[in-house]
Design a protein around this ligand. Structure first.
Ligand code: ATR
Length: 275
């Protein structure tokens, strides 16, 4: 019987993970099955424990359970510790190990697929929810010039940068939390939208001069041209949605489980062609 994997969430019907992992498995000749697992909102833990009790090998975790997964696992590796969120679980003997591959996925997409270098650059991260917690550590480890977190609710941005305070010395000019109103007059080389505004067809108020010459605008939302990307494109920025990050974080999960690194470019191209 094939080794069993799944993505667990609520809702989970829209997830592209089964398609992505099936493509990875075909490409690398790995014998796995990968399903969707709908967990009732009040019984995530029971759903996960049953899956592993019945012989499951690994899970991806999606909304709204990444934080509960962090609480549930026996041990965290890598970025999961600081992100306080787990999107990948691997069974190792009778232990459940938690990982967070979102940050690695974002960085792989930025660096390998988009050719972006972060060292010495001015980075703006929009949003201070779970998506931002997942990516801040690997961003700071690339040693940007400065990293500004901007959020509608300022104290959430302040809490976020306090949480990652130990990495501040990796930057040249530090980490700052700001409200959107303070962005006027500042410009950035990389602007990452980690808010959920695009899902509601909205975007935060941004000033015209936000994008430096040659800037990259990245929206973690995928599968649609968000207002943010439209705004950035009209102001000369190079634009990317989160589809590459989605596939790259999946590739990192696949590597954690199987020890084999799949090629991502053909899978990204396949998903793009279906839109
Ligand atoms: P998650 O944990 O999934 O990232 P979240 O904690 O609800 O979800 O965070 C969503 C982020 O998007 C927050 O930073 C939120 O800003 P607030 O903290 O001020 O609520 C941001 N966000 C959502 N809709 C937005 C909008 N229309 N404009 C600006 N920011 C928005």
């Amino acid at each position: 019987m094939s080794d069993r994997y799944a993505v667990v969430g609520n809702p989970v019907g829209h997830s592209k993970s089964p398609q992505i992992h099936a493509a990875f498995a075909r490409q690398t000749g790995q014998d796995i099955s990968y399903d969707r697992l709908l967990a009732p909102l009040d019984s995530f833990e029971a759903t996960v424990r049953r899956f592993f009790h019945e012989g499951g090998h690994g899970l991806n975790v999606t909304v709204p359970f990444k934080r509960e997964a962090w609480d549930l696992v026996d041990h965290c590796e890598g970025g999961a510790l600081s992100a306080e969120a787990v999107n990948t679980i691997k069974r190792s003997g009778n232990q459940l190990i938690g990982y967070n591959t979102d940050g690695v996925g974002l960085l792989a997409d930025l660096e390998h697929n988009l050719g972006a270098a972060i060292a010495g650059k001015r980075v703006l991260l929009m949003g201070a929810g779970g998506a931002s917690y997942g990516v801040l550590q690997p961003l700071l480890e690339r040693r940007p010039d400065l990293l500004v977190v901007v959020n509608r609710t300022l104290d959430k941005a302040e809490r976020l940068i306090r949480h990652f305070h130990q990495y501040e010395s990796l930057t040249l000019r530090g980490i700052a939390a700001q409200p959107y109103a303070l962005l006027a007059g500042q410009s950035f080389d990389l602007v990452i939208n980690a808010t959920s505004a695009g899902l509601e067809g909205e975007m935060p108020q941004l000033p015209d001069g936000l994008f430096a010459q040659g800037a990259i605008a990245y929206d973690m939302v995928y599968g649609r041209e968000t207002q943010f990307l439209g705004f950035a494109r009209a102001r000369g920025a190079t634009c990317a949605d989160g589809l590459g990050m989605l596939v790259e974080q999946a590739a990192e999960s696949f590597f954690i489980w199987r020890g084999v690194r799949p090629r991502t470019a053909p899978v990204i191209a396949q998903l793009r062609s279906e839109h």
